[in-house]
Design a protein around this ligand. Structure first.
Ligand SMILES: [Mg+2]
Length: 358
């Protein structure tokens, strides 16, 4: 089988309402969809969601990089996923979203070729995944109300709360949220690089009083040593790294430094399912767990992310909720998975199981 063409299109996703994290407020995302065609009549779809603050990519750059990959891809065997990653890595450093768009499309093709859903093809036993839902930064009262609504009305059992601006406000927010949702709901906090070591240690002691399971990315992405220091000083709460972990190499370094208990894998940071599975394997071997997170992605990349959760034993947590905040997450596409509250069930259809109209 050979690749005959690569089509690249823009996918604009608008949020229902603005979403605030420590470093930015989002209203939407300009994403990229690729369609890879083959001489076997099978085609695959992939998505890239460039996010300048995290991956260093912008939409126009992602398009330019994909055009560069297009030259290398035509004529290659789409089943040679490691070889294609080698080609892309040789052409350009980083650019995870562009590489991810190609990688997802290749997995979609391979699944269709083998007549297996991607999650089964990668080793998954069950296509059922329990996902959290994220609460953006507003005021402590409004965040507690959002938490209550997500649990009582929408059926989620795990909440991820964006914090990281001021420890006292953050602790108060978590107190109000715990009060609003009761004792059983699992809570995790994402500081999105907003703390110093001192602030993180102070905030963590407060969070623990309100039964917070885990705290994500307390420090700037480059400060893995700082994260190791925090981890050595606290107990009873898991330390998650997100912005610090892009590639398998970052994961290896974090394991060596004992800087985390959990890695937040994002397909857009690492470059897709192939490197994502490698991070999962490294984490598993090092005794860590993983979560799969997401950028502002449509059902296409979200289906790929949930497939990674279902496929990799070391991936125990799912934070693939961005499509819930998008006005039309299924623009021109249907299938992939179904949702009942926080329980997502992947379809038993070849590839990613999506019908895409382009
Ligand atoms: Mg995060």
């Amino acid at each position: 089988m050979r690749i005959t063409d690569v089509k690249i299109e823009k996918l604009r996703l608008d949020l229902i309402e603005p979403f605030k994290v420590t470093f930015a407020e989002f209203t939407g995302s300009d994403n990229v969809i690729v369609k890879i065609e083959t001489d076997a009549g099978i085609c695959g779809y992939g998505e890239g969601a460039p996010l300048a603050f995290v991956t260093g990519e912008v939409f126009e750059g992602t398009i330019a990089v994909l055009k560069m990959f297009r030259q290398g891809l035509i004529g290659m065997d789409p089943l040679n996923i490691p070889g294609i990653h080698g080609m892309m890595d040789a052409l350009i450093h980083e650019n995870g979203s562009a590489k991810c768009a190609v990688d997802i499309a290749l997995h979609d093709i391979k699944g269709k070729y083998l007549n297996l859903p991607v999650w089964k093809m990668l080793g998954g036993e069950s296509g059922v995944v329990v996902n959290d839902v994220t609460i953006g930064i507003t005021t402590p009262d409004k965040m507690a109300e959002a938490a209550r609504r997500n649990v009582r009305e929408l059926g989620f059992s795990i909440l991820k709360v964006k914090c990281g601006i001021d420890p006292d406000t953050d602790i108060e927010t978590m107190r109000l949220i715990r009060e609003a949702v009761g004792p059983v709901i699992r809570l995790r906090v994402d500081a999105n690089q907003g703390y110093t070591v001192e602030k993180a240690l102070y905030a963590i002691e407060g969070f623990k009083k309100h039964g917070v399971d885990a705290v994500e990315q307390c420090l700037p992405d480059w400060d893995m040593e700082g994260s190791a220091l925090i981890r050595s000083r606290v107990s009873g709460i898991k330390i998650i790294l997100d912005e610090s972990i892009h590639t398998p190499r970052d994961a290896e370094r974090a394991i060596r430094l004992q800087a985390a208990d959990v890695f937040n894998i994002k397909l857009m940071k690492c470059g897709g399912l192939y490197p994502g599975m490698r991070i999962g394997s490294l984490a598993g071997a090092g005794g860590l767990n993983c979560m799969v997170g997401c950028m502002l992605e449509s059902s296409l990349a979200i289906t790929a992310g949930i497939s990674l959760v279902a496929a990799n034993k070391a991936v125990t947590e799912a934070d693939c909720d961005a499509f819930l905040f998008i006005k039309e997450p299924k623009v021109q596409m249907s299938g992939g998975f179904t949702r009942d509250g926080g329980t997502f069930t992947l379809l038993d259809k070849p590839g990613l199981g999506l019908d895409i109209g382009f």
